[in-house]
Design a protein around this ligand. Structure first.
Ligand code: SF4
Length: 471
C-alpha cells in the first residue's frame, strides 16, 4: 500500500487490518541535511506502517536527543523540530496501536538511562508473552511509563546484568516470545535485530559511506539509498565508528515470514526477503485466475491494494482490466463514525463506481482480504447499483479466521466473518454472484516459499510460536 494507508482508511475504515509500526536507522550521515532529516524522509516512506505517532532519536556521538509527536509524520514534526535534532546517527519510528493505547506516552523511540548507558529503542512487532513479562517485571519493582513492548525489552536488557548491549539483548530475547524488528541507538552506535523467525521484515541499505536499516526497502529508495540485503532472521547488526558488524545472535527452528506483508501491508515497490511485493501480488492474481476460472467481461481492482493482483489476474485470464471504482483522496483519514450507517456512507464518499465501465458487464472485483465483510458487501452493492450484470468477488488471500499475535491488528476472532461463516455464507452476506479465495497452497506458491517458512497463522490458527513461551 502506498499513500495507500489513506486508501485503507478510505475504503475500509472499520474493516481493514492495520500494521503496527515501522522502524528506520541511519549511521554516518554527515551532510548538512543530517541524520534526522534523512530519517524524517524515510519515515514518510513507511508512513503506511503507522499513522498514530512518529518519532526520531538522534546522537551526535555524546548525547541522544528525541522528538516524538502524535499523528502523521508531517503532523508530528516541524522543520524546527528536525533542525534541533543534530547528529550523524538516528533511529526513527512510525506507530499504529489498537484502540485505547493511542497515547503520546506510547510513541517511540523510547529513551532510558540504564545500567548499559543511555539507550533509545524502537520496535515493530508484538510480544506474545508481554502480559506475563510485564507483571513479572512490575512485581520485581520495575516502573513503566508506557504500555509498549519496547519498554519491556529495554527493562529486560537493563536487568540482564550484562556490560555489553548484544549480550544484554540476547538475554532479553531468550525471555520473549513473538515478533520483533528492533533498532537501538546509544551515543556511539546503532544496533538492529530481527526476530529469529523473521516474522517482521527488516533490511539493510547503503548510500555512499552511510548505512541504513529499514522495515521496508521503499524507505531506502525514499532517501536515495540502495538495498544491500535483508537482515537475516536472528541477525544482529551493529553500526559504529568501525563500520558494519554482523552476528547471528538468535536461532529458531523455523522461519515464519508474515504472509500478509505480501498480501496487503507492504508497499508494492518494496522488496521483502528477496521478493518484490508487486510481483508477488501479480503472481497471486495469476494463481487466483487459475484457481477460480471465473468468467467475466471486466476485471476491476479495489483501490489501491488490489491493483497488482488485478493486473496478474487480467494477464492470466485474458479478461480486460479497467478502473471501475474511482477514489476520492481528499475525504481524509479521520472519517471515523461511531454508527455503522455513517461508516457505510464513508465508503461511498471515498469510492465511486464508474458506471460506463460497469453497466451490463460481468465484473470480477479483486480485493486483498475480507475481514468483517461489511465493506465488501457495500462495494458489491455499489457495482450492482451501477448496473453490473454479475459481480464476482475474488480475494488474494485465504479466509482470515484468526487474529494475529505478531503485531497486526486484524480484528478480534469473533469479528472476523470467516471465523464463523462458510465461504457460501459469506458470499450470500456480501451479495456476490460468486466468491473465490486464494488457496493456502496458491498463496505459498505466489510468495515462492514453502509453507514452513511462512507465517499463515491468521488463516490456519497454527501459530509458529505455539509451545515456545518460557514463562
Ligand atoms: S498471523 Fe497473519 S498477519 Fe500475523 S504475522 Fe502471521 S501471517 Fe502475518
Amino acid at each position: 500500500m502506498t499513500e495507500l494507508r489513506h486508501i485503507e482508511d478510505i475504503a475500509v475504515e472499520d474493516d481493514a487490518p492495520r500494521e503496527e509500526c515501522g522502524v528506520f536507522a541511519v549511521y554516518g550521515e554527515s551532510d548538512s541535511f543530517g541524520a534526522a532529516g534523512m530519517t524524517l524522509n524515510a519515515l514518510f516512506g513507511i508512513q503506511h506502517r503507522g499513522q498514530e505517532s512518529a518519532g526520531i532519536a538522534v546522537s551526535n556521538g555524546r548525547t541522544i536527543s528525541v522528538h516524538k509527536g502524535m499523528g502523521l509524520v508531517r503532523e508530528a514534526f516541524t522543520e524546527e523540530d528536525v533542525r534541533r535534532l543534530e547528529g550523524f546517527m538516528a533511529i526513527g519510528h512510525v506507530r499504529y496501536s489498537t484502540a485505547g493505547k493511542g497515547l503520546s506516552v506510547n510513541a517511540q523511540p523510547i529513551k532510558a538511562n540504564t545500567s548499559l548507558g543511555t539507550i533509545a529503542i524502537a520496535h515493530n512487532g508484538s510480544l506474545v508473552n508481554a502480559d506475563a513479562l510485564l507483571s513479572e517485571l512490575k512485581s520485581s519493582g520495575a516502573v513503566f511509563e508506557s504500555a509498549s513492548d519496547a519498554e519491556i525489552i529495554l527493562n529486560l536488557m537493563a536487568r540482564s546484568g550484562r556490560a555489553h548491549l548484544p549480550e544484554a539483548l540476547r538475554d532479553a530475547c531468550a525471555k520473549i516470545v513473538g515478533s520483533y524488528a528492533l533498532v537501538l541507538l546509544t551515543p556511539e552506535s546503532i544496533t538492529a535485530l530481527r526476530d529469529p523467525m523473521g516474522n517482521r521484515p527488516l533490511c539493510l541499505g547503503r548510500a555512499g559511506n552511510t548505512y541504513l536499516v529499514a522495515s521496508e526497502s521503499c524507505a531506502l529508495n525514499t532517501v536515495g539509498a540502495k538495498l544491500i540485503r535483508d537482515v537475516e532472521p536472528g541477525e544482529l547488526i551493529t553500526l559504529d565508528a568501525n563500520g558494519l558488524h554482523s552476528v547471528k545472535l538468535l536461532e529458531s527452528k523455523r522461519k515464519a515470514i508474515c504472509a500478509v506483508e505480501y498480501v496487503y501491508f507492504a508497499r508494492p515497490d518494496s522488496e521483502l526477503d528477496g521478493k518484490v511485493v508487486h510481483l508477488v501480488r501479480k503472481e497471486m492474481g495469476r494463481q487466483l485466475a487459475r484457481e477460480s476460472k471465473v468468467e467475466a467481461d471486466v476485471v476491476i481492482p479495489v483501490p489501491d491494494s488490489g491493483w497488482s493482483t488485478a493486473l496478474g489476474f487480467s494477464e492470466e485470464s485474458s479478461i480486460p482490466l479497467d478502473i471501475g471504482l474511482s477514489v476520492n483522496r481528499y475525504v481524509g483519514r479521520t472519517f471515523i463514525q461511531p454508527k455503522q450507517e455513517l461508516r457505510n456512507r464513508g465508503v461511498t464518499l471515498k469510492l465511486t463506481p464508474i458506471d460506463a465501465v460497469i453497466r451490463g458487464k460481468r465484473v470480477a472485483m479483486i480485493d486483498d482480504s475480507i475481514v468483517r465483510g461489511t465493506t465488501s458487501g457495500i462495494l458489491v452493492n455499489l457495482l450492482r447499483e451501477a448496473g453490473a450484470a454479475e459481480v464476482h468477488m475474488l480475494i488474494s488471500s485465504p479466509p482470515w479466521r484468526f487474529p494475529c499475535s505478531y503485531g497486526i491488528d486484524v480484528a478480534a476472532a469473533k469479528e472476523l466473518v470467516a471465523s464463523s461463516h462458510s465461504v457460501e455464507e459469506i458470499r450470500r452476506f456480501i451479495n456476490a454472484d460468486s466468491l473465490h479465495y486464494l488457496s493456502l497452497e496458491g498463496l505459498c506458491e505466489a510468495i515462492g516459499r514453502p509453507a514452513n517458512e511462512i507465517c499463515l497463522a491468521c488463516f490456519t490458527g497454527e501459530a509458529p510460536t505455539d509451545n515456545l513461551c518460557p514463562c
